[in-house]
Design a binder for this molecule. Structure first.
Ligand code: GTP
Ligand code: MG
Length: 575
């Protein structure tokens, strides 16, 4: 196989109803462009002969898959071939879920698609669903291939009827097909070679010519830099205390020296060096590549954040999002149930909050209802347990995509069309500004944790007046202290009459009292302490506010007293 490194690459996804000939067309393409490893075709033919089964071009993909699987794990059949113009990575997507998963998780960030419809069966529901998925995911270049023309007697009329019917559907979803191509994958007409002998009435492009005339969407490297953080690796050898931030770059480019901000935290640093595991470190890293870099400052970031360039447009951060969901789960997508949403490398618990328009993806019929069933698409508002960073679908499609997980399975996917405010949006914004402007220490959180042999943690003790909060806090502090822990107890009163001395009314300023206490918590936790905070009758809202501001690695909530008088969720209760 001849892959030329200097060429541009293009990802193409092949979709369509089951058995309409996707794999056959891809196999045929590889064979007719001499892209197969030497002897592969003969070997597969011989295998078929020996097992007395008819040869299929689709078998070529399986044969390649087995071969590739020994090297790296791939979750869909991917194969490669090149033309004079560019290198192609062809993704043969075997079903809706695989298609969605590939498109969202990055195995296939396709710039164009080939949608296959068999001439003998015509337009099926899945032909429409896949068309819809393409439009939802923002893939605007679509070639529609009418396959199995040999089974339709190479009839121009059959072909033109399909063109008419499917064009009508595509128009409704705002896609204009780049071309319609009548082919026979089995006979090889109009795939890589002309089918002029069997279809003299067709003078358009072959599939191969069509691929070459797709245009490159403008490299994603020209867009703002986005790299979802996959992991932060720590070197443990030779006192090396570097941390490498690793991930795959979705869009944009960075160079050593660039200032980077992580979202949702808003933490900022400068790239010290770009790292490579077994090659010479590159000068910069660009879209589509797995990458790692070290930072100048020891900031604490975790998987799930998005790295962006500080001087470019930041991603959105929100805990409530407007989405367009494509549901594929057996069980409907419904309210009052917990799901997980995966956006980039972030995985967060979520609930369906509101359902707008619900549509059948194959006939586009509308319905008004409060849940979303299999094969339906809907405008949904989804609430997340924690804020995440993302982009909007009409700005940066890749970082706007997500999948929804029901139990252990991917049950749907979609795109984010809007960020919505929630009750903590303002606080979160302030925290981001604080983090961006934080004066950094040269001692990291890990350094402190290993010196003090403890993880900074927050213990909140709350309950009614006179319920023994302070007694419990003092006892706990004493025990921990005697155990050798770095521990500190602070009562809300100490904040109210000190830091908050300017706030006159305690009731009216309740929220500001909590906010300031949470900022103190943030500093104490940053210093590596185990902090015990007591306050009267905290609510779930107060706890969430403290959590948002101080982002404690660990938080334990204790309620004291016989009666639980707020909506708080606690870990322990003392009566
Ligand atoms: P799934 O991956 O299962 O969704 O199917 P697919 O779309 O990849 O179809 P595949 O290529 O496996 O082809 C399905 C069947 O249709 C096979 O038996 C092929 O031989 C047959 N087939 C594919 N293309 C043609 C064609 O152009 N003409 C004829 N006569 N048969 C074809
Ligand atoms: Mg197939």
């Amino acid at each position: 196989m001849d892959t030329c490194k200097t060429h541009e690459d293009m990802n193409i996804v092949v979709v369509g109803h089951v058995d309409h000939g996707k794999s056959t067309i891809v196999g045929r393409m590889l064979a007719d462009t001499n892209s197969l490893p030497k002897g592969k075709l003969e070997q597969v033919r011989e295998n078929c002969r020996r097992n007395a089964k008819p040869f299929e071009y689709a078998f070529l993909l399986d044969a390649l898959k087995d071969e590739q699987a020994q090297g790296i794990t791939i979750d869909s059949a991917r194969c490669f071939f090149s033309t004079e113009k560019r290198n192609y990575i062809i993704i043969d997507a075997p079903g809706h879920i695989e298609f969605l998963k590939n498109m969202v998780t990055g195995a296939a960030r396709a710039e164009a698609a080939v949608l296959v419809i068999a001439a003998d069966e015509g337009v099926m529901e899945n032909s429409n669903r896949h068309g819809y998925l393409l439009s939802m995911l923002g893939i605007k270049q679509v070639a529609v291939v009418v396959n199995k023309m040999d089974l339709a007697g190479y009839s121009r009329e059959v072909y033109e009827n399909i063109v008419m019917e499917y064009s009508r559907f595509l128009k409704k979803i705002n896609i204009t097909a780049s071309s319609f191509i009548p082919v026979s994958g089995m006979m090889g007409d109009n795939v890589a070679l002309s089918g002029g002998k069997n279809m003299p009435w067709y003078s358009g492009l072959t599939v191969l010519e069509q691929l070459d005339s797709f245009h490159s969407e403008g490299l994603p490297s020209d867009m703002p830099f986005r790299m979802p953080v996959q992991d932060v690796y720590k070197f443990t050898m030779n006192n090396d205390n570097r941390r490498i931030v690793a991930g795959t770059v979705d869009t944009g480019t960075v160079t050593a020296g660039d200032s980077i901000t992580f979202y949702p935290s808003g933490k900022r640093s400068r790239i010290k060096s770009i790292e490579s595991f077994n090659a010479e470190p590159p000068q910069n890293i660009t879209a589509g590549n797995s990458a790692g870099f070290t930072l100048v400052d020891q900031i604490f970031i975790t998987r799930g954040e998005i790295a962006a360039k500080s001087d470019e447009k930041p991603p959105e951060v929100a805990a409530k999002i407007k989405t367009n969901v494509f549901w594929l789960g057996r069980e409907p997508f419904k309210k009052d149930k917990n799901y997980f949403i995966k956006i980039g490398t972030a995985k967060v618990e979520c609930v369906l909050e509101r359902v707008g328009r619900v549509m059948n993806a194959s006939n586009l019929n509308n319905e008004k209802k409060e849940w979303v069933e299999r094969h339906e698409v809907a405008d949904c508002v989804i609430s997340l347990r924690k804020p995440v960073a993302f982009d909007l679908s009409d700005e940066i499609p890749t970082t706007s995509r997500f999948v929804l997980i029901d139990g252990y399975e991917i049950a749907g996917g979609g795109i984010i069309t809007g960020a919505m405010e929630d009750q903590f949006s303002d606080v979160r914004h302030q925290v981001m500004i604080r983090n961006t402007n934080w004066i950094k220490s040269s001692i990291s959180r890990e350094d402190r944790a290993s010196r003090y042999k403890q993880k900074p943690s927050l213990i909140i003790i709350t309950g009614p007046r006179q319920s023994g909060k302070k007694t419990l806090a003092r006892e706990l502090e004493k025990v921990l202290f005697q155990n050798g822990e770095m521990v500190y107890f602070i009562g809300m009163g100490s904040v109210v009459y000190g830091v908050d001395a300017d706030l006159k009314s305690r009731k009216r300023n309740r929220e500001e009292h909590i906010r300031r206490a949470a900022e103190i918590v943030n500093i104490m936790l940053d210093s590596g302490m185990i902090l015990i905070l007591t306050a009267i009758e905290l609510t779930a809202y107060d706890i969430e506010m403290i959590r948002t501001i101080s982002n404690p690695p660990d938080i334990l909530t204790v309620w004291t007293g016989d009666e639980v008088s707020t909506d708080i969720e606690f870990n322990l209760r003392f009566t």
